[in-house]
Design a protein around this ligand. Sequence first.
Ligand code: 2P0
Length: 341
Amino acid sequence: MEKQEILVTAKSPSNIAIVKYWGKHGCQLPNNPSVSFTLSNCYTETSVTYIPDLKNGMQFLFEGKESPKFKEKIEKYMEKHGGLYRFDTDIFSHLKVESRNSFPHSSGIASSASSMSALVLCLLKLEKALENDETPLDLRRASMLARLASGSASRSVYPVMALWGETSCVSDSSDEYAVPLGDMTAPVFKTYHDTILIVSNKEKSVSSRVGHALMEGHPLAEKRYLTARHNTQRLLEALRTGDLTAFIDIAESEAVQLHELMATSNPPYKLVEPNTLKIIDEIHRFREKTHIPVCFTLDAGPNVHLLFPDEFNEKVSAFVETKLKYYCVDNQYISDIVKGF
Ligand code: 2P0
């Protein structure tokens, strides 16, 4: 084994799903395909240092401080899937992992996609460094390894857009890893903005892990998976042809359906807040009045993602500043944009 210290770093973005992954089986396999935009400004930066003399096991620091919860998540991943890396798993207890997010940790933004994909990219770089291999990373393998850490993380390794889950419309699609969609997407979608309106920055009352589990035996599960399949096919066509009307219809109905599934789970739960619904109403009124193709989506939380092409940035930004930000906690929102190639 190498005796000198090795430092590797990686930066990986968050993503926002348009067709949602909600429900899984087996070893982190999705019950339906999902499609997402990869973001630019919301990312995690991680460094991993291999320290041969490190005592007392892996060290983990999040934004300079110890975080037992996240450390446990990494340790579980390494225990379960560490054998898939081309190094001796003993290495894991000699790693110092440091991670920070570009977005405020009080923003309520889910960070498992960016954080777990950044970690996996670091581990793959370490693997290469130990083998003195200077070839580029295999992103498909990175996506597969990231999926095992967190489903949505599989989509974060590619710019622009990604598809995770098998669908007959894309020949190399797979439940095991995501594939890039950048080359199958009309130019307008590469200009998309995602303005994240922070309605609440509190920790969610029900985690996504529990949410996925509640899809098992859910009375609407089978119907949901069929709808998501259908929406994936429709969305891929809309992305290819630049059909913004279809895009809006799919994005908004997927967001509403995700939260309907939560409301009809056993036990039922609700993550949206009154201001989430007020913002959605405002967006609908604004779209009707201006005919600007702006729409919303929701993650598994109360914050609203406002999606629109760059062409309308000035008018939509004025709408956010004069109306929407007043529904946000401390008037807080994050202006993000799709990550380019
Ligand atoms: C998604 N979400 O497609 C969906 C929509 C949230 C709403 O994937 O258990 O953190 O780590 O595989 O990826 C959030 O769940 O779940 C999620 P795990 P993950 O982005």
